[in-house]
Ligand binder design. Structure first.
Ligand code: UD1
Length: 419
């Protein structure tokens, strides 16, 4: 199993293009099931969540093939709603996205409960109630769900909270339902916008894109056609490298990302003392490497992303003064706190809030990744720390980051992977 070794304390410098977005490509891969033809996706990140999703799609009879470095072809012509083995769906939360497209195209679906990061309860009640409103008959079992549709009919759906996954799942079923659907209080993350644009390019009719109320006019599934689609840049991965530089000091430019998608994050980085220049599709950051304290409160987009709070916490561990991080999306997302303390980060977690009391120096440590973003936080702490850090359970990072050690090595970090 892979491990990452870091000799911390180097400044970072350089310019690079960010990988394609994990959270955009996964629902788009699921949506390719709606189209009985070949979907071509470019700028697809080479991460294990993508290869796992390919494996699931292949189980369903799709053919997935890499054309060049980052171009993925998904041929869904011979797809059928076979049962997917539990060991596959348990690997990733995004397997739940298959429910909507399978119902829309085949009228049936059988799925085990999804896996993913351990960050508190991750119910799927909003996915199921939304699909039920569209006419699906869903049977919940202890270890999964089976769903049938007689006919999907447009409906008015109000989400209790703006769940990203539920919005995407309902959307993918509604595009092929009869009549009009309105999803109110839906999520409006950039990845939702991208899924809507992808579906419209395939022949769907979705309006209100980017707002908290989506209107969908259903079309005949046969009307949906294949497209070639370029996946957008990963805003969370981009921000991970920006925070790394905020903590280590240096000057980097990340291309392939709209600064507007990171506006709350860039505000936070500015409050920490970084100088930031926004380009059309890129962000440039300059840092002296002496971060200042600055609070974080997470929330659904456009608020500060929950996926970045642990990474921000790592950098705040070296800030001057105390900062608070308040988690308002998931109930248990401070799993990494204990591992961060091994670097000398001083923090106190109570409920959904962590207080971080900055300290001048962090020291290299032997730590294990607890989850995807927690693992990234430990990597960032290792880059800032004096001495050697050994990071194990790197498979968590590989779910969402494409060769992060190579990106950081090019930026001047002393980092290598073994195994
Ligand atoms: C997605 C992202 C994840 C990100 C999260 C929040 C992907 C693959 N993952 O996860 O990286 O951290 O959005 O931005 O895109 N909820 C319910 N019932 C449901 C569904 C969700 O109560 O049926 C609650 C959850 O418990 C959580 C909140 O809604 O408290 C937000 O979850 P959701 O937006 O659904 O997150 P995911 O789609 O799982």
């Amino acid at each position: 199993m892979s491990e990452i070794i870091i000799q911390g304390g180097r400044k970072l410098a350089g310019r690079f293009r960010i990988q394609g977005s994990k959270n955009a490509v996964l629902p788009i891969m699921a949506a390719s099931l709606l189209v009985g033809d070949v979907t071509e996706l470019t700028n697809v990140p080479r991460i294990t969540d993508v290869t796992d999703m390919c494996e699931i799609l292949e189980t369903l009879g799709c053919r997935c093939a890499w054309k060049e470095g980052h171009t993925l072809l998904i041929d869904a012509a011979d797809a059928c709603p076979r049962n997917i083995e539990a060991c596959l769906t348990e690997r990733m939360r995004s397997s739940i996205f298959l429910l909507g497209p399978l119902l829309a195209r085949f009228g049936e679906a059988n799925l085990h409960l999804p896996g993913g990061c351990c960050i508190g309860k991750r119910p799927i009640d909003l996915h199921l109630s939304g699909l039920r409103s569209l006419g699906a008959v869903i049977h919940e079992k202890e270890d999964g769900v089976s769903a049938l549709r007689i006919e999907l009919r447009g409906s008015q759906i109000r989400l209790r909270c703006p769940s990203v996954g539920a919005t995407e799942n309902i959307l993918m079923a509604a595009v092929a339902a009869k009549g009009y659907t309105r999803i109110v209080n839906c999520a409006r993350e950039p990845e939702i916008v991208e899924l809507c644009l992808f579906l419209n390019a395939c022949g769907a009719d979705i309006r209100g894109i980017g707002s908290a109320a989506l209107q969908i006019r259903g079309v005949e599934p046969a009307h949906l056609h294949s497209v070639s689609w370029q996946v957008g840049g990963d805003r969370i991965a981009a921000a991970t490298y920006l925070y790394s530089t905020a903590g280590c000091g240096g000057h980097i430019q990340v291309d392939g990302i709209y600064p507007a998608y990171l506006s709350q994050v860039l505000d936070h980085l500015r409050k920490m003392g970084c100088a930031i220049r926004e380009h059309g599709q890129g962000v440039e950051l300059f840092s002296e490497g002496n971060p200042q304290s600055a609070d974080v409160v997470t929330g659904p987009y456009p608020a500060y992303p929950t996926d970045l709070q642990s990474i921000a916490m790592a950098v705040l561990g070296r800030a001057e003064g105390g900062s608070s991080v308040t988690e308002r999306v998931f109930e248990d997302r401070f799993l990494v706190a204990g591992e961060l303390e091994k670097f000398g980060v001083r923090l106190k977690v109570s409920g959904r809030r962590a207080m971080i009391y900055g300290t001048e120096k962090l020291y290299g440590a032997s730590v294990h990744a607890t989850d995807l973003r927690g693992g990234a936080a430990l990597m960032v702490a290792g880059l800032m720390a004096e001495g050697e850090t050994l990071l194990t359970d790197v498979f968590h990072l590989d779910r969402g980051y494409e060769a992060p050690e190579q990106v950081l090595l090019k930026l001047g970090a002393d980092i290598r992977r073994i195994g």
